[in-house]
Design a protein around this ligand. Sequence first.
Ligand SMILES: [Zn+2]
Ligand SMILES: [Zn+2]
Length: 309
Amino acid sequence: MHYGELTQNMETVHTIGWQGITVTVPAHWHLAHARGTVRNGYFRVDDEEHPRIEVRWSHPKRNLDLSVRARRYLTLLRRRARRDGKKIQFSESPRPFTSSSVPKNKEVLCFSWSTDVHAWGTIWKCRDCGRVVAAQVLFHGRDKNFSLVKQVLSSLEDHPQSEEVLWCAHGLSFSLPDQFKVKEWVAKLDSSRAEFQAKRRNRLIIACRDAAQSGSDPATLVRFAKRTLKRRGKRLFETFRTERVLSHDGIAFAEAEPIRRLRRRRGPVRKRPYGVAFYCPERGKQFAIMANDRHREFVGKALTHFACH
Ligand SMILES: [Zn+2]
Ligand SMILES: [Zn+2]
């Protein structure tokens, strides 16, 4: 990734990471929509007003011809343009946007089209992981900036560079081992909650919320952790201690199980949560990370590459 080049031209940038795909974009662009799985899916990044980049991915079983796929997409665009009474101009450009030299492990095709929206895009197949990615950068009105297109598309990576997958979206940024799959991610204006699942029902939940007023007060951190876990009850987090987390004030907690139940229990051991919650004054946000207590090492793993500010 030509990170230095990007920062020169885009002032401030940030990286968005979703299902193993990463792309570096101007800081005011944000992930607006995401669906699908690691096998195939779609995400869209918007600025304050308009969609700016769309990324689709899939793992086709059969060997596919990229130009066939591009032509199919063109047909779809033409049909849509006709429906909306617009004219579409399309070019299957041999000029690669991704970089001056096409990477050896990729088969790349570039295209552009324009109606009242201008788009430059690329479809490629990665020979390393077999993923086919289609991405396009969009411009509305006259503010076309070809060097921005080049920079954004050349920052696009279709597979993680290690076994850790970077998740960087909706106000949260962290890496997790690739066995964790996202189960649900609810993003609101002032909060974000992501739930991951790995084999044998290992659950990991990561959340944040705006909390400049409550700050690092342990009682509010406990309340936030409870809400994040979506469980109520007095015994929850009877045992917590204050702890520094990522050099911020926070708590570490474990869910206590009532003695009565311990005596009565015959079935398998219930999976109780273990986790940490802390307050980052730089962002004015509270964060909570929790896992089943038998897999508490994943909380530590999630914290290793956690970026709160
Ligand atoms: Zn790949
Ligand atoms: Zn912080």
